[in-house]
Write a protein that binds this ligand. Structure first.
Ligand SMILES: NC(=O)c1ccc[n+]([C@@H]2O[C@H](COP(=O)([O-])OP(=O)(O)OC[C@H]3O[C@@H](n4cnc5c(N)ncnc54)[C@H](O)[C@@H]3O)[C@@H](O)[C@H]2O)c1
Length: 339
């Protein structure tokens, strides 16, 4: 089976494709007819693709991104790269700054050069809306001045800059995606993300502890995240090359999300407990550009994400949510003693 991609893209290498986003994205790409190669260290296992795990167009390659020589070999005959692999939140990055930098930043140069050398036609980089830091303005657009507050966000921004500054890219189109915090159920579930963690606390403990609460956070359903990557693969090069796109829609305060969880689960007994927080990252991300340029609109809501998680929990698909390290990046990395 082949894809109907208007740019002729057939073969995609997804770094970190066995993570939270990848576990939803990869099966979608396979359904669309793409050949998909997942390059990952499989910290969260390798069985997360369900029926697609034995798909004839899926190849799983256990490889550390930092091994640039082997990575270059794997990039042969690849049309597009979606670069997701990284240590993907502040606390797990801060576990070991040298390790974090080696994966999130140092390895990026080898990946990029390997892609250029092998004639990859499109490179899609998963950055983050956290590069904006705290912003007062009501609408943070792509041209807002980035002010990353943490090393994780700083290196995301550094990779963006290196991607755009890279000389002699051999015609490779480069796209920067700045997603909001993703939410909703996935076969490789993360319970260290705002909507997901608030929902699981409400379901298990009937109590939600809110740290701070007034900070605005943009959110994005995981199925829309996957749809957005599909749109970036299909978009005409002239519209997206060397462009950055915010992808995030429902900007809500943490307190509002907690209330929404209580309403959506229709359980007024869920208690909200407030704790002061010094994490005051707050930003209202504007995603008009991706709509204007690509016609991309979201289809799913935070309420959908809450319902998906509740449904999975009731079907016993989320086992030991608070003690199983598989749901928490920092706990899993500590368990594996990642080096
Ligand atoms: N999930 C979100 O809310 C969110 C929001 C904004 C941006 N992003 C970005 O999207 C991307 C995917 O996020 P996610 O939530 O799926 O992350 P995740 O932590 O679930 O997955 C990351 C994957 O990368 C792999 N990996 C880590 N280091 C590697 C290495 N050295 N070599 C090979 N594989 C390696 C891990 O095994 C894991 O499967 C990340 O770049 C993240 O920064 C995510």
């Amino acid at each position: 089976m082949s894809s109907n991609n208007p740019n002729g893209i057939q073969s995609i290498l997804v770094t970190g494709g066995a993570g939270y986003v990848g576990s939803v994205l990869v099966p979608e790409l396979l359904k669309l007819g793409y050949r998909v190669k997942v390059v990952d260290l499989f910290w969260y296992g390798r069985e997360q693709f369900g029926d697609c795990n034995r798909h004839p167009q899926l190849e799983l390659v256990e490889l550390d991104l930092r091994d640039s020589l082997r990575l270059k070999q794997e990039l042969k005959a690849v049309d597009a790269v979606i670069h997701l692999a990284c240590i993907s939140n502040d606390p797990s990055f801060e576990l070991d700054l040298t390790l974090g930098k080696s994966i999130n930043y140092d390895a990026f140069a080898g990946l990029l050069q390997g892609a250029v050398d092998q004639g990859v036609r499109r490179f899609i980089y998963a950055s983050s809306s956290s590069i904006y830091g705290v912003k007062e303005e009501p609408n943070v657009r792509e041209d807002a001045e980035p002010k990353p507050l943490t090393d994780y966000s700083r290196y995301k921004l550094d990779c963006e800059r290196d991607l755009l500054a890279h000389a002699n890219v051999n015609g490779m189109e480069r796209i920067i995606v700045r997603p909001s915090t993703v939410c909703g159920y996935a076969p490789r579930l993360r319970l260290d993300l705002t909507v997901n963690i608030l929902t699981i606390h409400a379901l298990v403990n009937h109590k939600i502890r809110i740290f701070g609460g007034k900070q605005l956070r943009p959110n994005l359903h995981i199925k829309d995240m996957a749809r957005a990557y599909q749109a970036f693969l299909e978009a005409p090069g002239a519209k997206v090359d060397c462009e950055a796109f915010n992808v995030g829609f429902q900007n809500r305060s943490v307190e509002d999300i907690a209330k929404l969880v209580r309403e959506t689960l229709a359980d007024p007994s869920i208690e909200l407990e407030y704790t002061p927080s010094d994490d005051n990252r707050s930003y209202h991300v504007n995603s008009d550009k991706v709509k204007r340029v690509l016609g991309f609109e979201t289809r799913y809501t935070i309420e959908d994400a809450i319902k998906n998680i509740a449904d999975a929990y009731r079907r016993d698909l989320i086992k030991d949510p608070f003690t199983n390290p598989i749901y928490s990046n920092i706990k899993r990395m500590q368990q594996l003693r990642v080096k």
